[in-house]
Design a protein around this ligand. Structure first.
Ligand SMILES: [Zn+2]
Length: 177
């Protein structure tokens, strides 16, 4: 989450720079929103209708959406949207969480690089599994305190997450000077 916000800010600044347009507060908030967009399924999940990391985390979902945004709103918004949502999916393929089904609908197999320390012992550096294998993998390596352990305790992934956010905030501060 902190990393997605940081990446959203950096992409907004980068795209604005690329097209020589001002990075307004609205444009930066839009970048953050796009970088967090795939996790909208957390809200729908609360209402029991969708599972986390299905439709909104299938990379193919954003190909038509990106094309529509490019067509309707032009390259500035099209590029920001595309980079931000795919950055989120790449982020979700690394570290904590349960990977991304990059090849859906051709394969429901999920992929995860560099699982957190606790799971790397069983999963290895690069893990991939089918939906049928998922319950067994989750039962073995699940950490019910992951929010506390990864976001509120010092650890490598937290340094990357908060570090990226700090860099983004610093870039924002310098940009506004
Ligand atoms: Zn996500």
């Amino acid at each position: 989450m902190p990393l997605d916000i940081g990446v959203g800010i950096l992409l907004s600044l980068g795209v604005a720079e690329l097209f020589h347009v001002p990075a307004t507060i609205g444009f930066i908030l839009l970048g953050i929103g796009c970088a967090l967009l795939p996790d909208v399924d957390i809200i729908t999940m609360l209402f029991g209708s969708w599972k986390h990391r299905t439709h909104t985390h299938y990379p193919i979902t954003y190909i038509p959406v990106s094309i529509i945004i490019f067509a309707l709103f032009g390259p500035i918004y099209g590029l920001l949207f595309t980079l931000a949502v795919y950055a989120h999916l790449i982020h979700d393929t690394i570290g904590i969480g349960w990977g991304i089904a990059w090849l859906w609908p051709f394969s429901s197999r999920k992929f995860l690089f560099f699982p957190d320390d606790a799971r790397r012992k069983t999963l290895g550096t690069f893990a991939t599994w089918t939906p049928e294998e998922e319950p067994a993998i989750k039962a073995e390596g699940s950490n019910s305190n992951w929010v506390r352990d990864f976001y509120f305790r010092p650890n490598f992934l937290a340094y990357i997450e908060y570090g990226t956010l700090l860099i983004a905030l610093a870039a924002l501060f310098l940009y506004k000077q």
